[in-house]
Design a protein around this ligand. Structure first.
Ligand code: HEM
Length: 512
């Protein structure tokens, strides 16, 4: 009895002593208690993850936010994460407090593919990011490059229309998803590298693997304090291997290009320069504050491919799916395209598209219902207060674009595909209307918006003008699959396969 009493006394005095030491070390001040956003109940270790097992992350978060509010706190493993799910909250984060939320979360996998956060998309906010972003906007997407890319786009879309016409005449069913992804890859590859290169197939395959690794929730990111989880999860090892292969290919391509340039072949005039030439020139000039190493060029090219290929291919897949599901909308869009453009057009380029108002509405509505980038990752750079809740520095923040674009407070019947909702509306995707932010907003807003919008418009207009579309034999609209696959871009789970016939223009027979 005496022994247990003295044991009890020893434990209590140790706890009191430790508490006292803690109080002394913290200067005797009680720590200010944060008023954190509400959220669902959590479990030890896994936090809120059990609320997210039955649905894809953006859908699970949307459902939870309908219960807990537009600013909701989740614990993804051990990482506190605030989810923003209304236009008003998004405006407070991405406009009013833009600078405070201008960083990206840390991630073991992003660290590897961004060469230690030295690219654009994953870089923390700071001088390096500002310089790289400027390179992207001023040099890579300069008017020179935009004109060059316009020619590439027209050629590639022309090739696609011709190959699809041949397949249609042969009665083949077309894998539309595969075609549009291949088209995006070809346009971007030509824009970046000037044309096909020997290891292109291997490079694109490796990028595909990298996008898969980077888009999931890696266990090491959910439990950053646990060396065991990090050691057990394969993601980091796979990412290192994949990044080594990507870097090796890029370094070979760069060496080859440098040799060519040294011998005076290609890329001499500004008009001929592809994006790789522009980056190599900057490297050679050595005029940037943060030197462009071969590895950093590889990471910037990774940004461009990640931003440009999956997202644009994905949205085209969704647009065609929605149009096939709604034959009257398809017919209305086709009629507009054919009435405005008239007969006998070959490849339709962007200069002819401005008057296609209904087609613009179709594209906007597809971006609203199926935004390819569903969760925009940001990180708080400082303590902030949003809607009366404290968001401590270094908290991860996801702007749930998917939930905002389906918020019934802004969109009537939000689950319905209805392009007419954009009729006589000033809502635009440029980051000023927070109920419609498929490309984000603020200083980290997508720099490739115009690139992908122009390609999307052009492909869609040509598809509508040149072909009539139908489901493959035996398929029916009632069982038409619209399920999603989570990834860098949220795409169709299953490829879209359709039959098409080249459009026939019926001419009135001239009277004799
Ligand atoms: C359908 C097409 C696309 C969609 C839906 C899309 C969407 C987005 C979104 C939501 C962001 C995050 C913005 C934010 O934090 O506020 C982003 C960032 C970015 N996008 Fe895109 N994007 C697309 C096409 C492109 C293209 C074509 C490129 C390159 C040519 C590109 C390059 C980038 C880069 C480099 C960033 C990072 C910007 C930064 O962190 O400063 N994207 N994109």
């Amino acid at each position: 009895m005496e022994v247990s009493l003295s044991l009890c006394f020893a434990v209590i005095s140790t706890v009191v002593a430790l508490w006292f030491v803690k109080l002394t070390l913290s200067g005797g001040k009680a720590k200010k208690k944060h008023r954190l956003p509400p959220g669902p109940w959590t479990l030890p270790v896994i936090g809120s993850l059990h609320h997210m097992v039955s649905l894809l992350p953006h859908r699970a978060m949307m459902q939870l936010s309908r219960r807990h509010g537009p600013l909701m706190l989740l614990r993804l493993g051990e990482v506190p994460t605030v989810v923003v799910s209304s236009a008003k909250a998004a405006a407070l984060v991405m406009r009013t407090n833009d600078l405070a939320f201008a960083s990206r979360p840390h991630s073991v996998i992003a660290d590897i593919f961004s060469c230690g956060y030295k690219n654009i998309a994953f870089a923390p906010y700071g001088d390096r990011w500002c310089e790289m972003r400027k390179v992207c906007v001023v040099e890579l997407l300069s008017s020179n490059q935009v004109n060059r890319i316009e020619v590439i786009r027209a050629e590639e879309v022309g090739n696609l229309v011709r190959s699809m016409t041949d397949a249609a005449l042969a009665g083949a069913t077309i894998n539309v998803s595969a075609k549009v992804v291949a088209l995006s890859n070809d346009v971007v590859t030509r824009a970046v590298f000037g044309g096909k290169f020997a290891k292109q197939g291997e490079y694109l395959r490796e990028l595909g693997e990298a996008f898969r690794l980077i888009s999931g929730f890696c266990p090491a990111d959910l439990f950053p304090s646990s060396p065991l989880v990090r050691w057990l999860s394969n993601g980091e090892r796979d990412a290192k291997r994949s990044n080594d292969r990507i870097q090796r290919i890029i370094s070979d391509v760069m060496e080859e290009r440098k040799t060519k340039r040294a011998s005076g072949v290609g890329g001499c005039s500004n008009e001929d320069e592809d994006l790789l030439d522009v980056l190599l020139k900057l490297q050679q000039e050595d005029s940037l504050n943060f030197p462009l190493t071969t590895e950093i060029i590889g990471a910037v090219l990774f940004d461009i491919f990640a931003g440009a290929t999956e997202t644009t291919g994905t949205i085209l897949g969704w647009i065609m799916s929605e149009l096939v599901r709604s034959p009257e909308i398809m017919a209305k869009a086709q009629q507009e395209v054919r009435d405005v453009l008239g007969e006998n057009r070959a490849t339709i380029t962007n200069s002819s598209i401005a008057k296609l108002h209904y087609v613009q509405m179709v594209i906007k509505e597809a971006f609203r219902l199926h935004p390819p980038a569903v969760l925009i990752p940001r990180m708080a750079r400082e303590d902030s207060t949003i809607m009366g809740y404290d968001i401590p520095k270094a908290t991860n923040v996801f702007i749930n674009v998917f939930a905002i674009l389906r918020d019934p407070a802004y969109w009537t019947n939000p689950g319905e595909f209805k392009p007419e909702r954009f009729e006589n509306s000033n809502v635009t995707y440029n980051g000023t209307c927070f109920e419609f932010i498929p490309f984000g907003a603020g200083r980290r807003q997508c720099p490739g918006t115009q690139f992908s919008w122009s390609l999307t418009e052009m492909v869609l207009t040509n598809f509508l003008y040149h072909f009539d579309w139908m489901l493959p034999d035996g398929a029916s609209l009632t069982s038409f699959d619209m399920s999603e696959k989570f990834g860098l871009a949220v795409s169709r789970r299953h490829d879209l396969k359709l039959r098409l016939t080249p459009h026939v223009w019926f001419k009135a027979t001239p009277k004799k």
